[in-house]
Write a protein that binds this ligand. Structure first.
Ligand code: IPD
Ligand code: CA
Ligand code: CA
Length: 258
């Protein structure tokens, strides 16, 4: 596993250099996918192609699920699967040139083994899993305190908040405050580090795969909004929180349905 960890770290660092060069060139192509806020750039595609090339060279039998270039669907999760989001927070990448991440997860026989989330412009890598522990760069992280909803900050999808989906506004009201970064990776990092105690959003598999591996290793609970396991197939409402906050938020989500 150590060899794979080192390999993936090297790919991420190389991909980050590629992204920084593209930012410096300042001539990226921006296209929309499903609506004016759903952006993809030539850099997203280039980074995903680079990562796929590395994965294929490292393990030609591995399967790959990735956001771009027609790799966004996978039905067979047997064996080793890499799940990649080449740039998470593309809107931030285009408009801010910061607050975006590279995310890679490794699953084996459907079980999360390793997760990597790299905040490119901050040079902050969160990585690890149940077998090796969770690290921020090379410093090991402990399980964050089990804060109740009222005692911490909640990361939230802005549209869910606006529409009060699943009582999102009530969750927000009961917490210490809401944060909206526009980047699932950054929200996961905040939760993993114990800076936030919850996260609610609508996410695709490549948005939650890497973070969930690390959350599980730290005893932070996560599921879809119905309390069921994630399907790794299309978008789902995702909730992750410290155990105490999770129970309260699930009760609120449940109440919203009745
Ligand atoms: C998006 C971001 C955003 C989340 C969206 C994702 P992308 O990822 O993580 O925070 O709310 O659901 O699609 O498209 O920039 O990779
Ligand atoms: Ca994403
Ligand atoms: Ca993306």
């Amino acid at each position: 596993m150590q060899i794979m960890i080192n390999e993936i770290k090297n790919w991420i660092k190389e991909a980050a250099e590629l992204i920084k060069k593209e930012i410096a060139k300042n001539d990226m192509t921006v296209d929309t996918k499903n609506g004016r806020r759903d952006l993809v750039t030539n850099v997203d595609k280039q980074v995903q192609d680079f990562l796929i090339e590395q994965i294929n060279a490292f393990d030609p039998d591995a399967k790959i699920l990735g956001e771009e270039n027609g790799k966004d669907h996978l039905t067979d999760f047997s064996g080793r699967v890499f799940i990649i989001d080449p740039i998470d927070g593309t809107l931030n990448f285009v408009l801010e040139q910061e607050n975006f991440c590279i995310m890679i997860a490794v699953y084996e026989e459907g079980q999360g083994k390793l997760g990597f989330i790299y905040n490119v412009m901050e040079d902050m890598l969160l990585w690890g899993g149940k077998e090796v522990g969770v690290f921020i760069n090379e410093e090991r992280l402990n399980t964050p305190p089990d804060l109740a909803l009222k005692d911490g900050l909640v990361g939230m999808n802005s549209s869910m908040y606006r529409k009060n989906s699943y009582n999102a506004q009530v969750m927000a009201e009961r917490s210490m405050g809401v944060r909206m970064s526009g980047c699932a990776g950054l929200e996961m990092i905040a939760l993993i580090r114990g800076k936030h105690n919850a996260y609610v959003s609508s996410l695709a598999p490549w948005d939650y795969a890497a973070g969930s591996v690390m959350l599980e290793a730290l005893g932070i609970k996560f599921s879809n909004i119905n309390g069921k396991m994630l399907k790794f197939d299309g978008r789902e409402h995702y909730i992750a929180a410290t155990p105490t906050a999770y129970e309260e938020m699930m009760r609120l989500a449940e109440q919203a349905k009745s």
